[in-house]
Design a protein around this ligand. Structure first.
Ligand code: GLP
Length: 262
């Protein structure tokens, strides 16, 4: 695992965008699309803003990119401003040159949700797997909607949301937890860790405990983020408040490893 420590959210977001752009640009435009897994939530917003400005500056094109979103609420209309369909359009898709058929987000209103989950996994396989899965993390260490107890080999499925996750997401629904959907379709931990590379942005003191588990803890299904320790190419970009619970020796070691990289 690589741990890249940046001073603040802004520089962490810039670094993540730089990494994503470099990966897209390194991919041949004549090849099948570069497959990019994408998160929602507030953590990726700075990265999305940075990707949009780099696209506007002509530094990156999404013409040959296919996206796989991590999750979507069950039973929330696609047109609802807080559906992940809407937030992705608003924050990224409508500002870049991605082709509509290349955008993939689970359908939380499918009449057969079980089939929808199987189809979503099949779609990923048809695309040749995910090249780079970009992710945030919940305060309790969940990735996508893989809350505590999710199998580290889980695949796309319907997940019941726990009260902590609902409370954390209530801010997007006017602070009213009763408006947050109770279930979501989510890719599994196994779906994420099957990606050839995984990139996480972790920001703020409220994520420090999750990051401590991710970097210094043991692999456990109680903290899905710890599955990254088993991934051959996982990169965490964290800001200083997020690393505040790590041992000074741990921070020094990762800073040392990141110096003069080739
Ligand atoms: C939700 C999303 C996750 C996200 C998490 C943290 O549960 N399904 O993908 O990582 O929230 O969100 P935030 O970045 O807003 O803290």
């Amino acid at each position: 695992m690589r741990l890249i420590i940046e001073a603040d959210y802004r520089s962490a977001s810039r670094r993540a965008a730089e990494h994503i752009c470099a990966a897209i640009n390194a991919h041949a435009s004549s090849a099948p699309p570069f497959v990019l897994g994408l998160p929602t939530g507030s953590s990726p917003l700075g990265t999305y803003a940075e990707l949009v400005s780099r696209h506007r500056a002509g530094a990156v094109s999404f013409r040959n990119v296919a996206t796989i979103n991590m999750d979507e609420y069950v039973g929330l209309a696609e047109a609802h401003p807080e559906s992940y369909h809407s937030t992705m359009r608003r924050n990224l898709f409508e500002h870049v040159d991605i082709r509509d058929p290349n955008i993939h987000i689970p359908n939380g209103n499918a009449s057969n949700l079980h089939q929808e989950c199987l189809d979503y996994e099949r779609k990923i396989a048809e695309l040749g797997g995910i090249d780079l899965f970009f992710s945030g993390v919940g305060r309790d260490g969940h990735i996508a909607f893989n809350i505590a107890g999710s199998s580290l080999r889980s695949r796309t499925r319907v997940q019941k949301l726990n009260p902590q996750t609902i409370a954390a997401n209530a801010r997007f629904f006017g602070g009213d937890a009763s408006k947050v959907p109770t279930h979501a379709v989510t890719v599994g931990v196994g779906t994420i860790t099957d990606a050839r590379q995984v990139l996480l942005v972790v920001s703020g003191e409220e994520k420090a405990l999750a990051l401590q588990h991710a970097v210094e803890g043991s692999v456990t299904h109680m903290w899905a983020i710890t599955a990254l320790q088993m991934h051959p190419d996982a990169i965490i970009i964290a800001d200083e408040p997020a690393v505040s619970r790590l041992q000074p020796e741990t921070i020094a070691m990762f800073r040392f490893l990141e110096r003069d990289k080739y």
